[in-house]
Ligand binder design. Structure first.
Ligand code: MLT
Length: 266
């Protein structure tokens, strides 16, 4: 892990391999190690950059609220600081996808291709947003346990829970290693995020959507509708996976990413 001073905060990131940059943006409330199998599986074929977002992992924390736009600006700033000016393949999971919409809105010349894993274009309903704000307050008072209890049962598919308990344990460790102030700030940022549905027809770059067969948070049907609304998109469904395909079925996710990278290079 290297650290970089970006927009007033220290961001930690894995920087491995050479060639086409692949920016791996984790979900909530996780860290870069969600992508460990992709870092290991893709770094021989491209330049993998896997940051901890502001407030997560070993990156610096901002109190209050951190917007999806701020996170997108952090990623653009990180690329600047690393000296990466060529367009990247932006690959984001869930919250990493919410940030992708803002990255596309503000930094689109930097995007060579988009990979959207287990994410949604719709904003939160008023009830969902209110729940996130309540959860932010609870996490500040009690630590990460309430968010771990609420999310863990919905993140992984049944088969992962029974066959790969160590993978679920890794997710639990990621959640508990985060600073409650970082979790709360991102939670409030997600509650206030803009709806991105009207943006989908404007996404002009090659796009791959990766959906988990059993995802309860970003269901396959919703992701298929997104793929139909984005002009140059196709969808790959990951068998046996819930919301965290990259960790639940890394072989299928790596194959999908590497084949997309191969198409971009042609
Ligand atoms: C994530 O994986 O980033 C979260 O499920 C996003 C969310 O809570 O909407």
């Amino acid at each position: 892990m290297n650290t970089y001073m970006v927009n007033g905060v220290e961001l930690a990131a894995v920087d491995r391999g050479t060639g086409l940059p692949l920016l791996l943006v984790h979900g909530f409330p996780l860290n870069h190690s969600l992508w460990q199998a992709q870092i290991d599986g893709c770094a021989e074929r491209c330049h993998v950059i896997a940051p901890d977002l502001r407030g997560f992992g070993t990156s610096g924390v901002t109190e209050g609220e951190v917007s999806m736009e701020q996170m997108a600006d952090d990623l653009a700033g990180l690329l600047d600081t690393m000296g990466i000016q060529e367009p990247v393949v932006y690959c984001g999971l869930s919250m990493g996808g919410y940030i992708a919409w803002e990255f596309w809105r503000k930094h689109r010349p930097r995007v060579a291709g988009l990979i959207l894993c287990s994410t949604r274009a719709a904003a939160d309903s008023p009830e969902a947003a209110a729940n996130r704000r309540l959860m932010a307050d609870r996490v500040l008072g009690e630590g990460p346990a309430p968010i771990a209890d609420a999310m863990l049962p919905r993140l992984a598919a049944e088969v992962t829970l029974t066959r790969y308990p160590e993978r679920v344990e890794a997710v639990r460790r990621m959640i508990f290693s985060n600073d409650p102030r970082g979790i709360a700030a991102a939670s409030r940022g997600m509650a206030n995020r803009a709806d991105a549905k009207s943006l989908l027809p404007e996404i002009a770059c090659p796009t791959l959507l990766i959906a988990g067969q059993h995802d309860q948070i970003a269901p396959v049907a919703e992701m298929r509708a997104m793929a139909e609304a984005i002009p140059h998109a196709r969808l790959v469904e990951i068998s046996g996976a819930g919301h965290l395909g990259p960790l639940e079925n890394p072989a299928e996710v790596n194959a999908a990413i590497l084949s997309f990278l191969g198409e971009l290079k042609r």
